[in-house]
Design a protein around this ligand. Structure first.
Ligand code: ARG
Ligand code: ZN
Length: 858
């Protein structure tokens, strides 16, 4: 059946949901591991589902399996095999299904199901990988307790739940058993076998459960687990304190794997991580890596309640677990570090990834209503916009009712496979609000544009807002959404006359008034970025500079500086205007203000990305020229350097902290500001100071930071070689090396650089991290990728066609580098479409990539 014709891709639709015909009461799995011929025996206790379709036939998913035998209640049966599973006649009442299949993990380069990475066995089952392990109703609404037995000579054998018996087979093969008492869908199944070492610790829960914690890594990596372990323990304590959620098994295992399509996976009691989000030492990991490790460890841990104990009825409900879990991990990171700094970083990400998606051909609702390949919907919209929707809900109902609603959600739906309707019903029941209009945030795609006009008359200040959401694929008309607009008003002297108030906009056009004001106020709108919208507001540079200096809302203070920088840049690109002196003076003030958090100051000094400027130009009806944008941004950075020059050396010194590296937010903030000072100084001294820094750096944050600046300054050759000598043995550090060289290369050299690097024997392109580092690194060099010759498009396109043969999921994800094509000029559009068409015509293209390319082409 391996040679069976592939099924023609068919869209799955939310409206077609039907429960499964049966209920699984128990799952017993036995694995006899072998790289080329693993045997999987599955025994399922089944009974008819009173809520499902009745009948004497059942369907089980299965892909790429060799069926050895199958039986029902001990009697052999011959099911009808199809390309995506099997049908079998079944008895009327309860029965036991058993089957044995053979699979070959060694040849599994797609990294879905059971596969091998550096000699170890591991699994990735979300979303639909379990069907590549055995025949099963591989859908999230089928939940069952699992007992797993693993037979293998590998020293460490892990699965979900609590450890059980161990023993040895007659032929000497060791086996171990694992029992997971919590009913779970198959996508949360996991198995790991390998020569692994543990970094271990313990955690006592609020109700005194003693939990063994282990982070499993390859020998030699044990000393890089301390930070992840610390983050795990802080996450466990935080979820108890803030959400009242305790851990529910005797062990919590995390495994680091080098070959992984995504960041990490929340399998029950056995989280599997991309090793780059676990392993860290000061010498090998940057501040950004530490921050990501903390956030992702928390994210996967928090899934234990939001995702595992309460899961999704179907994959359309993905945001039910992902949006909520992202929201929770963002809250956690804010609490651990700095709430405003975290919020700014999250909004930067949201705009860079989700707004970009929402404003292009791939726009889709937070809860999509149809898909061909669900793996293509693990998107910034489902995750990040899904989290924003929860943030808005919390803002609208207030903290106390949010807490009540969450308590009810856990109480009412524990053990369920739930829907967005269930989630909203909990809030409606607690708050007595009607959330039907609010639910449009889940069903309407596109980023709403919010415009505002203001009047001041006899002490009354009126804001008149108008909302409009542009059409998106398949959704021409949009209805007005509920938009919480957090507003504060400042008096001309900078004092706050109206503290933060949340205006609840529900109409297409709506006015809000404030009385009794002595003078026309300066409004601070959308404080804390209270809704994921684009605010169009004509305001002069002086007012933005005023807000940058006086706003009490840290987010909007930053936002004022940001929009100022953007306006300056847009004028520099469009009219060749000189950099604005007002803007530079405002920066000068922020820089010198020691009362401001260094991390915050670093964010204010950071310029908008080239992609961000391109999107803004497009929004204003101008065709962006990536080269012109690059030149303008460089010119503004240079002007920053010159204007701030007198203060930079002292700032650099002030941010240089004595003592060894520590990864905490405060120290990281100083390094971030120090790096910006160094970056600006490099524009003035040609890289002398960066060269010294590269020599003396004793941590990866500073070493890599200096290396990037030297590459940008055209002095990279020698340090790049020295870095490779020093770190050639370290795969994670070398990923950074590949990435940085194309990312920081002058645009006209970026493609050649990438081509040369792709020839290296250590460019292990089948490893998703390496592929993303080099190919994704080029795409992130906007002016290099969009080189007028089209060489960047062709290079990336050829690599995507090649990768599709081995790893459809990562290929499909990376096609999004082309999603912005409608922004560009006719020549570039033609070249990108040609590249996409060539990918589409690749023989045997995966349905993952086929779906993406056809959506991008529209
Ligand atoms: N649930 C995981 C997370 O967000 C993501 C795994 C998705 N994997 C996939 N192949 N679609 O933590
Ligand atoms: Zn998640």
């Amino acid at each position: 059946m391996k040679d069976a014709a592939p099924s023609t891709p068919q869209a799955v639709r939310l409206e077609d949901y039907t429960p499964w015909s049966h209920v699984v009461d128990r799952v017993q799995l036995t694995f006899r591991l072998d790289p080329r011929a693993t045997r999987v025996i599955s025994r399922l206790s089944l009974e008819p589902n009173p809520a499902g379709p009745q009948g004497r036939r059942m369907f089980l998913h299965g892909e790429g399996l060799t069926l050895i035998r199958a039986s029902i209640d001990g009697r052999a049966v011959t099911p009808d095999l199809t390309p995506d599973g099997l049908y079998c006649d079944v008895p009327e009442g309860p029965f036991t299904w058993e089957c044995e299949v053979e699979i070959a993990p060694e040849g599994n380069t797609a990294l879905e199901g059971l596969y091998m990475s550096n000699g170890m066995y591991c699994t990735q089952c979300e979303a639909e990988g379990f069907r590549k392990i055995t025949y099963y109703p591989d859908r999230p609404d089928v939940m069952a307790p699992f007992d797993v037995r693993v037979e293998s000579a590998m020293p460490v054998l892990l699965s979900n739940g609590n450890p059980g018996a161990t023993g040895t087979l007659a032929d000497g093969t060791p086996w171990v058993e694992w029992h997971d008492p919590w009913p779970k869908p198959s996508y949360l199944f996991a198995l790991v076998a390998g020569d692994l070492r543990a970094h271990s610790d313990r955690f006592t829960t609020a109700s005194d459960r003693d939990v063994a914690l282990n982070i499993w890594v390859r020998p030699g990596d044990e000393d890089r687990c301390a930070y992840a372990m610390d983050a795990l323990k802080r996450s466990m304590a935080w979820d108890e304190q803030v959400y009242g959620r305790e851990y529910d098994l005797d062990v919590f295992n995390i495994v680091a794997v080098d070959d992984f399509n995504m960041g990490a996976m929340e399998n029950k009691g056995l989280n599997i991580f991309n090793s780059k989000y676990v392993l860290a030492s000061p010498q090998t990991a940057t501040d950004r890596d530490y921050e990501l490790i903390e956030g992702i460890i928390a994210h996967e841990y928090f899934h234990n309640w939001t995702g595992n104990r309460i899961t999704c009825r179907d994959w359309f409900q993905l945001c039910l677990k992902e949006g909520l879990t992202v929201f929770r991990d963002q809250q956690f990171s804010g609490d651990q570090r700095s709430v405003p700094v975290k919020r700014i970083e999250d909004v930067l990400q949201l705009r860079a990834r989700q707004f970009r998606e929402d404003n292009g051909p791939l726009a889709h609702p937070v809860r999509p209503s149809s898909y061909i390949e669900i793996n293509n919907f693990y998107t910034a919209t489902v995750y990040e916009k899904g989290a924003e929707v929860i943030g808005m809900l919390k803002l609208l109902v207030g903290d106390a009712q949010y807490a009540e609603a969450l308590a009810l959600y856990f109480d009412r739906h524990d053990g369920d496979a739930a829907t967005i309707e269930d989630w909203l019903a909990v809030f409606e029941d607690v708050t007595k609000r009607d959330l039907r209009q609010f639910s449009r945030w889940y069903t309407q795609a596109g980023t709403p544009r919010l415009s505002v006009e203001e009047t001041f008359d006899a002490g009354t200040y009126t804001l008149r807002f108008r909302q409009r959401t542009p059409p998106t694929p398949g959704q021409a008309e949009k209805l007005p959404q509920v938009i919480p607009i957090a507003v504060g008003l400042l008096a001309p002297d900078g004092s706050e006359v109206v503290p933060t108030t949340v205006l609840e906009m529900t109409q297409e056009e709506q006015s809000f008034s404030f009385d009794g004001l002595a003078a026309r106020p300066v409004p601070s709108l959308l404080r804390g970025f209270s809704a994921p919208v684009i605010l169009d507001r004509a305001s002069d540079a002086a007012e933005r500079a005023f807000l940058l200096a006086h706003d009490t809302d840290a987010f909007n203070r930053w936002e004022a500086g940001r929009s100022l920088a953007k306006e300056v840049l847009l004028r520099m690109v469009g009219d060749n205007a000189p950099p604005s002196a007002d803007y530079l003076a405002a920066l000068d003030q922020v820089l010198a203000d020691d009362t401001l958090d260094p991390a915050f100051r670093a964010l204010v000094l950071q310029l908008p990305s080239e992609d961000d400027i391109a999107q803004s130009l497009h929004d204003n009806g101008t065709t962006p020229d990536p080269t012109a944008i690059h030149i303008a941004r460089d010119a503004l950075a240079h002007a920053q350097a010159e204007a701030l020059a007198p203060k930079l050396p002292a700032l650099f010194d002030a941010m240089t902290r004595p003592g060894p590296y520590t990864p905490d937010a405060e120290a990281a903030g100083c390094r971030a500001l120090r790096h910006i000072a160094l970056s600006l100084l490099t524009r003035l001294d040609g890289g002398d100071r960066a060269a010294q820094e590269f020599d003396r750096a004793d941590n990866m944050t500073e070493e890599l930071g200096a290396l990037g600046l030297l590459i940008r300054a055209g002095r990279g050759t020698d340090p790049v070689a020295r870095f490779a000598e020093r770190w050639g043995h370290d795969r994670l550090v070398m990923d950074k090396w590949f990435q940085l060289q194309v990312n920081m290369a002058p645009p006209e050299q970026a493609v050649t650089r990438a081509e040369t690097l792709a020839q290296r024997p250590d460019f292990d392109w089948k490893n998703p991290n390496k592929f993303r580092a080099l190919i994704g690194g080029l795409a992130a060099n906007a002016a290099g990728f969009h080189d007028p010759s089209g060489a960047g498009y062709r290079f990336v396109g050829e690599w995507l066609s090649r990768l599709d043969k081995v790893n459809p999921q990562t290929t499909a994800r990376m096609t999004t580098v082309f999603e912005t094509w409608p922004r560009y000029d006719a020549d570039r559009q033609d070249m990108i479409r040609e590249t996409l068409t060539r990918i589409a015509n690749t023989p045997d293209l995966s349905r993952d990539t086929a779906e993406m390319v056809s959506r991008i082409l529209g």
